[in-house]
Design a protein around this ligand. Structure first.
Ligand code: AMP
Length: 311
C-alpha cells in the first residue's frame, strides 16, 4: 500500500490524534502541523485532534497550540511533522502515544516512528500534507489551505530556493484557489518590525565576506540587547546576507544566554549540512543549524565554510 494510504489507515483507527512539530517553530512547522489538524478535523469531525508545543510569540498570529493533558496521550496516535530528529520534537510526551508517525522533508538522519514518510524532494512538510490530502482525496478547509500555503512560502523563501519544484508551484497554485486573505497573509509574512530592520542594517554593516564568498557575522548577547531582539526574532534576518551578489554561503553566530552559540547556516548552491553535523547540528543541505561552544569553535566552523569555496 502506498505510504499516504497507510498513514490514512492509521488515522482512521484512532479516536485521539496529537500532532507535534519541531522546537523553535517556523511557518512550515506550524503550517504542516496545524494544517494537518484542520484537514483531519474537517474530514473526521468525530475525532479528537490536537496540536502541541511551545507557542512562539513571533508566530502566534499564524497558529496557536492546544492544551493537552498527559492522559490524553494514552492510546493515541502521534504524528510528528517537519522534524528530522527525536531530540528536536517539541513535547516529548509523543513517546506515550500508541503509534508514532513521522512526516518530514529533511534528510532522514534519525529514523523514528512506527510509520515514516520522508521526502527530501519536497520543499516543505506543508507541501507533503497538501499532497497527502490530494492523494487520499480529502477535502481541505480554507483555513487548512491558508496554513499550508504559509508553510510553503516560509520554507521556500517565497519560491526563491532551489527546493521549489514544479510540484511545489502546482500545489501552491491549487491552495491559492481556496478562500483566504492571500494579500494579508503574504504581506504579514514579508513584514518586519522596525527593530528587525535596524538589526538587518547591523548584519549588513558587520558581515565579513571572504574573497570566495564565505560570510559570517556574530550577534552577541550585547547586540541582541541593544536592538531589543530575542534569539527567535533573528529568524527574520537569516536570509539577508544571501541577497548580496558575492555571498555564496554564510553563518550567523547567535550568542545564547548560557554563552554558547547557535549557528544558523545557509548556502546558495554548495551543501553545508555536513559542517553542521560535525558541530552538534544538522538540517537541509542549504539550510542548516549547529551549536558552537566557544569563540574558537566559531572560528573552526567559519574556516570549514571558507574551505568549501577555496579553488
Ligand atoms: P535555523 O537556522 O534554526 O532556521 O535552522 C535551519 C535548518 O537547520 C532547519 O531546517 C532545522 O531543521 C535545521 N537545524 C537547526 N538546528 C539544528 C540542530 N541543532 N540539529 C539538527 N538540525 C538543526
Amino acid at each position: 500500500m502506498e505510504i499516504c494510504q497507510q498513514i490514512l489507515e492509521q488515522i482512521k483507527k484512532y479516536d485521539t490524534i496529537i500532532i507535534h512539530r519541531h522546537m523553535r517553530a517556523d511557518p512550515d512547522a506550524l503550517g504542516s502541523q496545524v494544517g494537518l489538524k484542520e484537514l483531519l478535523q474537517y474530514n473526521f469531525p468525530e475525532k479528537k485532534i490536537k496540536v502541541v508545543g511551545y507557542d512562539l510569540p513571533t508566530l502566534t498570529w499564524l497558529a496557536t497550540m492546544d492544551q493537552v493533558e498527559d492522559d490524553e496521550f494514552e492510546g493515541s496516535l502521534a504524528i510528528v511533522c517537519d522534524t528530522a530528529n527525536t531530540a528536536r520534537i517539541d513535547d516529548k510526551r509523543y513517546l506515550k502515544a500508541e503509534t508514532i508517525i513521522k512526516i518530514d522533508h529533511h534528510p532522514n538522519d534519525d529514523v523514528y516512528g512506527d510509520l515514516s514518510w520522508v521526502d527530501t524532494s519536497s520543499s516543505s512538510a506543508s507541501e507533503m500534507i497538501a499532497l497527502f490530502a490530494e492523494k487520499n482525496q480529502l477535502t481541505l478547509s480554507d483555513h487548512a489551505a491558508e496554513l499550508l500555503f504559509a508553510g510553503i512560502v516560509g520554507d521556500t523563501g517565497r519560491f526563491l530556493y532551489p527546493s521549489t519544484s514544479a510540484r511545489t508551484l502546482r500545489i501552491a497554485s491549487s491552495l491559492r484557489e481556496y478562500n483566504f486573505d492571500f494579500a494579508s497573509l503574504t504581506r504579514k509574512m514579508d513584514t518586519i518590525s522596525y527593530k528587525i530592520a535596524k538589526l538587518q542594517g547591523y548584519v549588513y554593516d558587520y558581515l565579513e565576506v571572504d574573497e570566495n564568498g564565505a560570510a559570517r557575522v556574530l550577534l552577541t548577547q550585547e547586540i541582541l540587547k541593544r536592538y531589543k531582539v530575542t534569539d527567535a526574532e533573528t529568524a527574520a534576518i537569516v536570509g539577508a546576507p544571501g541577497r548580496i551578489d558575492t555571498v555564496k554561503a554564510w553563518a550567523i553566530f547567535v550568542e545564547q544566554a548560557d554563552g554558547h552559540f547557535r549557528v544558523r547556516m545557509r548556502s546558495k548552491i554548495t551543501p553545508i549540512n555536513e559542517i553542521a553535523k560535525e558541530h552538534d547540528g544538522g538540517g537541509h543541505p542549504l539550510a542548516s543549524g549547529a551549536n558552537s561552544y566557544s569563540l574558537e569553535e566559531n572560528e573552526i566552523i567559519y574556516q570549514k565554510l571558507k574551505n568549501l569555496f577555496k579553488n
